[in-house]
Design a protein around this ligand. Structure first.
Ligand code: MN
Length: 248
């Protein structure tokens, strides 16, 4: 089995190599990752300039592109073999609830699914000192089960792991995406040349503690596994929309 490991934190992120260590018993691991931090780039593609690809060591590639670029080039001839599976992460920081729309980590897994591969995204829910040991071990056991059981097309698993040692993990919960309370703010400042500049800021996200949500599971010390479906069509609204009798 050929396993593609990617991320959005960039090629220097230690968790990439932790994942490689834990997954190498299952097959040959290729790391193809952005050459710098590409967090929150979502599903963007590089189309308006050429990309450069470095190979700092065998089976490790650094691309001056996005996580989606990494999966696309890996499934279109960069690697000697087409990967059988995509693992994206382990991201430094959560990817829960509505935040999956911004996440480059989740986007890379989604791209894997678009390319017809089983794929999972995994993130460590941490803001300070991170210990990726347990998350990497969990990824291995989940990959094992995912390969055995299989995933339907156009679906991915989104995993969030509490930042705790293995002994303090309470279990695994299958969850739904939680709801974030948006507290983003726009900060306006003036640069030394008198021009305004802007930062998107805000405090740490606040979540609604909904039963069954990814946020609540992690908060209670469980690994959260959320199945995501990539058909965004709202079929209930589709039926109602028919009743609008839209005119040309
Ligand atoms: Mn990231």
């Amino acid at each position: 089995m050929n396993i593609l490991v990617t991320n959005d934190d960039g090629i220097t992120a230690p968790a990439l190599y932790g994942l490689r260590e834990s997954l190498k018993e299952l097959g040959r691991v290729f790391i193809v990752a952005p050459d710098r931090d590409q967090s929150a780039t979502s599903h963007s593609l590089t189309l308006n300039r050429p990309m450069r690809i470095d190979r700092p060591e065998p089976d490790v590639y650094a691309i001056d592109g996005t996580p989606t670029d990494c999966v696309l080039v890996s499934t279109h001839g960069l690697l000697p073999f087409k990967p059988d599976l995509v693992v994206s992460g382990v991201n430094r920081g959560p990817n829960m609830g509505d935040d999956v729309f911004y996440s480059g980590t989740v986007a890379a897994a989604i791209e894997g699914a678009f390319q017809g591969l089983p794929a999972l995204a995994i993130s460590l829910v941490v803001s300070g000192v991170a210990d990726f040991t347990y998350a990497c071990a969990f990824a291995r056991s989940l990959v094992d089960t995912m390969v055995e059981r299989g995933l339907p097309p156009k679906s991915v698993l989104n995993v969030n792991v509490p930042n705790r040692p293995a002994a303090e993990i309470k279990g695994v919960k299958v969850t739904k995406l939680g709801m974030r309370v948006y507290e983003d703010s726009l900060i306006e400042r003036v640069d030394p040349r008198g021009r305004n500049y802007y930062w998107i800021g805000g405090d740490a996200p606040i979540w609604q503690p909904e039963p069954g949500s990814d946020f609540l599971a992690v908060d209670e010390g469980y690994v959260s596994v959320t199945p995501l479906h990539l058909d965004l069509t709202d079929n209930a609204l589709r039926t109602r929309l028919e009743e609008w009798r839209l005119k040309p």
